[in-house]
Design a binder for this molecule. Structure first.
Ligand code: SER
Length: 603
């Protein structure tokens, strides 16, 4: 068996020998990137360079990037989907292109990993036409020729459209927002060799084929609603390390590769249940994936909470606890010990005690929820209360009790349960979301718990500072975090160095001018996409609902000073503020700055 560590090392050495510089992996939470909660691809931190900015380390880069993709969360439980994975990547920033990329990846697969050539299939972009039949992006004949020249037989080369062979962070060309980059790609698939049905092809999801690497030819950008060429032709390659390990070891189940095996075996030991092809496998897999993801998130210093990253973390942990309960019941809760069987990198090793402690803490909270919920269910059963979707929803809403468990427990108790608890629960859940959207004081509270007048004023001052900082330091400044007490505001933003005295003075002057100009502060509710279109600043876009509040300082139709997606509340007019003064600044790592400011009495 070749280990994932060995595969990673071989891959990086292979590309380093081909003059690539190994850039360090980025954190799972990218500073100053509001487009996604977590790093989901190795290319994400490289966007400015793919757009043409020169990279300090040259035109050939490679690395291994821990990534999280939450859209796969519901699919975790089969033999290949995970939320967390490590992505091997290599990039050409306007240097080599299709010929070299495809040949090198092929050499890596067939020479270095010794994959049998006849188990490999490839896919290519078939081209894109508009409604009138005019070619928007041509068919990728070049890749076709390269694959043939490498000895891939015609019958193992497949052409697909934008749905399969176009890559951007937001999918097909049509859904790419303004400024997004993308391009046609060519993927390689490993054949597990068991024909399962007539007409099976690499992209069919019967499980015979597994995608193990994607070479994106990053050439396009969306501008004014159209695809235009980027300044350079780039390559963005990404391949899931764990999937490469499945192929290299000819193992069909990702959870039997080494990153997960320790957890699976430990769970077998505790539960006495064998990891086998039965319906318990789902629980093993959810625990193994979610724990691995959680440990990686925790070791970056993110705590479980009810917001943003912390919320996702809590959800991942609670789902793994729930499945642990399914496997082991209430005994032997040893998840903090099980995490020790996960492979660890330096970051995890350094933080392991803290990680274990937090897992233990969350586990205790969850056990209390279980205890309380189970008692409520038992009482309901005694009282003859109907346990249905509404009941499950209330229990979830009031106690945080997972509906899957309500279902399971009621089944265990032999109740003649309404079979559609799940659907009913969903309906209740959607109804509730709708109500809270309508009644909302803002879908996104901006992290403000204290709505005292002092805090509200400082909140408006935060918006003013954000805009003023961008005006003085440039548009690369974006909010990373904000925290307000009644005494002061704290604002973290992406910027590589401390501000000069002159810059601070300029920012303060701009802000205080807006205050003396007595500008109105107003808000409107609109669709998130419309808000973004209008240029409203937004932070962690995907956490907002469809409809958001947009706060404007000045005339919303034009000439305003600041426009930002925010739940509020804010003052009605800037004249309510006094004099905003920056009292302190600190550098946060290499890429961010923290400032503190106060709102002083008017002089
Ligand atoms: N960006 C592409 C992907 O994530 C290739 O790196 O699949």
């Amino acid at each position: 068996m070749i280990t994932t560590d060995e595969i990673r090392e071989k891959y990086l050495n292979f590309f380093k020998e081909k003059s690539h510089y190994e850039i360090p992996a980025s954190p799972l939470v990218l500073e100053g990137d509001p487009t996604t909660l977590f790093t989901s691809a190795g290319m994400q931190p490289l966007i400015p360079y793919l757009k043409g900015e020169p990279h300090p380390k040259g035109r050939r880069l490679c690395n291994s990037q821990p990534s999280i993709r939450l859209q796969d969360i519901d699919e975790v439980g089969d033999n290949r989907h995970t939320t967390f994975f490590e992505m091997l990547g290599n990039w050409s920033l306007g240097d080599y292109f299709k010929k070299e990329q495809l040949a090198w990846f092929w050499e890596f697969l067939t020479d270095i990993l010794s994959l049998p050539k006849d188990k490999l299939y490839v896919s290519i972009f078939e081209g894109l036409k508009d409604e009138r039949g005019k070619v928007v992006v041509p068919k990728d004949e070049e890749s076709y020729k390269v694959w043939l020249s490498l000895g891939v037989p015609e019958e193992r080369i497949f052409f697909y459209g934008s749905e399969k062979n176009w890559w951007s962070r937001s999918g097909e060309p049509i859904s790419m927002p303004e400024g997004e980059i993308g391009g046609p790609d060519s993927e390689v698939f490993y054949d597990f060799g068991k024909p399962r049905h007539e007409g099976c092809h690499p992209n069919c999801d019967c499980g015979r084929f597994l995608e193990i690497g994607n070479s994106v030819f990053m050439e396009y950008e969306k501008k004014n609603g159209k695809l235009v060429f980027l300044p350079e032709k780039n390559v963005d390659f990404g391949g899931g390390l764990e999937r490469l390990s499945m192929a290299a070891n000819n193992i069909e189940d990702i959870f039997l590769t080494d990153p997960y095996l320790g957890v699976v075996r430990a769970l077998e030991g505790i539960s006495g249940i064998k990891y086998d092809d039965n319906n318990r496998n789902r629980s093993f897999r959810v625990i193994a994936d979610h724990l691995r993801a959680s440990v990686n998130i925790l070791s970056e210093g993110i705590y479980p909470s009810n917001k943003l990253h912390g919320y996702v973390l809590r959800r991942l942990l609670r789902r793994s606890f729930l499945h642990f309960y399914f496997l082991c019941g209430f005994s032997d809760w040893k998840l903090d010990e099980i995490v020790l069987t996960l492979e660890s990198n330096e970051k995890i090793k350094k933080n392991i005690e803290f990680v274990q402690e937090l897992i233990k803490e969350e586990e205790l909270k969850f056990r209390r929820i279980l205890d309380r919920g189970i008692k409520i269910i038992e009482k309901a059963v005694r009282d003859g209360v109907k346990i249905d979707g509404k009941f499950a929803f209330d229990l979830y809403q009031n106690e945080g009790f997972p509906w899957e468990l309500t279902l399971e427990i009621s089944q265990e108790k032999g109740l003649n349960l309404v079979s559609d608890v799940k659907d009913q629960f969903k309906k209740e859940f959607e109804k509730h979301q709708e109500i809270s959207r309508k009644a909302s004081v803002g879908v996104f509270k901006g992290g403000l718990a204290d709505h005292s007048y002092e805090v509200v004023k400082l909140h408006t001052a935060t918006h003013l500072l954000h805009s003023a900082l961008r005006k003085v330091l440039g548009d690369s400044v974006s909010q990373k975090g904000s925290n307000i007490t009644s005494e002061r505001l704290r604002f973290d933003f992406s910027f590589p160095r401390k501000l000069s005295d002159e810059e601070i003075r300029k920012v303060e002057t701009l802000v205080n001018k807006v205050i003396t100009d007595k500008l109105p502060v107003s808000w409107e509710e609109k669709k998130l996409e419309d808000a973004i279109e209008e240029g409203a600043l937004h932070f962690f876009a995907e956490k907002y609902g469809d409809v958001v509040k947009v706060y404007t300082v000045g005339d919303p139709k034009g000439g305003y000073f600041s426009k930002e997606v925010c739940g509020g509340p804010h003052v009605k007019n800037t004249s309510e503020l006094g004099y905003v003064r920056i009292i302190k600044q600190e550098k946060l790592g290499q890429t961010a700055v923290r400032i503190y400011a106060v709102n002083e009495e008017k002089k």
